[in-house]
Design a protein around this ligand. Structure first.
Ligand code: CA
Ligand code: CA
Ligand code: CA
Length: 490
């Protein structure tokens, strides 16, 4: 994968998308299109794809203690001035008795930089046998100390993904403390439906993507030649000048793929990692060229949660969490609210973006609907991001500025896996959906309990948000630390 060299160009295209969204606000679309995430001014440095360090252990985050089975190597430190320790035969005499007692044959491998010696038994001694061996060896008058030559690995909660250092929203001073949450789990067993533009083939996502559906009724908007179907592939949402009342052309955003990556990109040595790297991403396509319709989105909400939609096979794997990084202006309305209420009644937590108009989120739907977790965006300084909506309709805030995640490199149709930094409340919502997935996987399934836990454990905005950022910045570690509220409903 190439470094993302066209970040600047994408910035220009995305700015165009924002204009398009604004123009559509009161036009023919019952539901305005996706929040056009402001692509920032080009990042100070364009994201680069580092070469994975070949010898890093791409271990699972909850890897078993590699020393649980005991040891076959030990580090022996001899007493200073011990004559016996100056020759290999003398040192062998020191461990001979212990080796015999343990029933192993021991050989010396090498001296360490500090003058100790590494010895290896011909078979691994379990924990108890290792301890007995070390005690006996340490009893030799020439020996000062013995310790197991234990196996060290990358710290359990620090991913090896090449771009992880750029994911400030996970580990930065004003980030969401995601690493601490991983001690409690990584989302295995949970499912997050991403109601968005669909999904593309991407090696940093594929293993976690399953099922889904394409709810776009309008074949022209869908670009796949038909209406609703079982293939949620993102066909691209590029527009030409004049389409969707746009004043300029814009390239495909791969918005749903970016959102999906923040929620559940695979933990490995490549690219980025998701907040819940073992969750299942269920792509539900509702946004095509020029956005998506309220009726399609409402049906998708019901379907994702396990409800029935005429003409569509039931979802075999109802989602625990729905993420909607989309919206438009207007009151919530009956279609949205009844679909959302049905989803919540089905046990699905609904997370939505607050919107990018720097206005009260009460003016944006579904951010202003009841029964949703509405997410404002923060920046790297811990303040409300300049574009983010705010106010009483906001429940919590999460990182949404300069967020690197999975995309495609294609300007129109898919061309290959890539990574790019976007910003918007569309990027903040999936951070929270990811934490919701961690909570669900850890036993807090009831949507009201999930929302309450997110709020109760949020921290005061480290920076400023005079306009209102809800309960504050979501703290994933704190949320998971007290996750035994609510319980899994029957
Ligand atoms: Ca279709
Ligand atoms: Ca399709
Ligand atoms: Ca990865």
């Amino acid at each position: 994968m190439a470094a993302h060299r066209d970040n600047t160009r994408k910035t220009a295209r995305r700015a165009g998308a924002l204009l398009a969204a604004a123009a559509l606000g009161g036009s023919a679309f019952a539901a305005a299109p996706a929040l056009a995430d402001q692509i920032a001014a080009p990042a100070e440095k364009a994201p680069t794809i580092a070469t994975p360090v070949a010898d890093l252990v791409a271990q699972g985050m909850a890897a078993k203690d590699p020393n649980a089975d005991g040891y076959d190597k030990f580090i022996v430190t001899y007493k200073e001035g011990a004559q016996a320790a100056t020759t290999s035969q003398g040192r062998a005499n020191a461990w001979g008795k212990a080796a015999k007692a343990a029933g192993v044959s021991v050989k010396e491998l090498r001296a360490t930089a500090s003058g100790s010696h590494v010895v290896q038994a011909d078979k691994k001694l379990d924990q108890a046998a290792s301890k007995a061996f070390m005690l006996q060896l340490a009893a030799d008058p020439s020996v000062e100390s013995v310790e197991p030559d234990a196996i060290m690995t990358v710290a359990a909660s620090t991913p090896s993904d090449a771009l992880y250092s750029e994911q400030w929203g996970f580990h930065g001073e004003n980030g969401m403390n995601v690493e601490g949450a991983w001690d409690a789990g990584t989302g295995e067993g949970s499912t997050v439906a991403v109601l968005d533009t669909g999904i593309v083939d991407h090696p940093d996502l594929n293993a976690n993507v399953s099922g889904g559906y394409d709810f776009i009724s309008d074949a022209d908007s869908a670009r796949d030649g038909d209406g609703r179907d079982a293939d949620p592939s993102d066909e691209g949402d590029w527009i030409e000048y004049g389409e969707c009342n746009a004043m300029m052309e814009s390239g495909s955003s791969w918005h749903g793929t970016h959102v999906a990556g923040t929620i559940g990109a695979v933990a490995d040595t490549e690219g980025v990692v998701g907040v819940a790297p073992d969750t299942t991403i269920q792509p539900v396509r509702v946004l095509g060229k020029c956005g998506g319709s309220l009726s399609d989105i409402a049906d998708a909400i019901v379907w994702a949660s396990g409800g029935s939609v005429p003409g569509v096979p039931d979802n075999p794997e109802p989602a625990d969490v729905i993420n909607m990084s989309l919206g438009g202006s207007g009151m919530c309305g009956t279609a949205y609210q009844s679909a959302i209420d049905q989803a919540v009644a089905n046990g699905t937590t609904v997370v939505v973006a607050a919107g990018n108009e720097s206005q009260p989120a009460a003016n944006s739907r579904p951010a202003n609907c009841d029964n949703v977790v509405t997410v404002a965006a923060s920046d790297e300084q811990g303040s409300k991001a300049s574009f983010s909506n705010y106010g009483d309709a906001v429940d919590v805030t999460a990182p949404g500025a300069e967020i690197i995640s999975t995309v495609d490199s294609g300007t129109t149709t898919p061309a290959g896996a890539d990574y790019a930094a976007y910003q918007g409340t569309s990027m903040a919502a999936p951070h929270v959906a990811g934490v919701a997935a961690l909570l669900v996987a850890n036993g807090t399934a009831d949507p009201a309990a999930v929302e309450q836990q997110l709020k109760d454990t949020a921290r005061t905005m480290p920076g400023t948000c005079a306009e209102g950022c809800g309960a504050g910045l979501v703290d994933a570690a704190a949320a998971l630390g007290g996750s035994d509220v609510g319980g899994r409903p029957e």
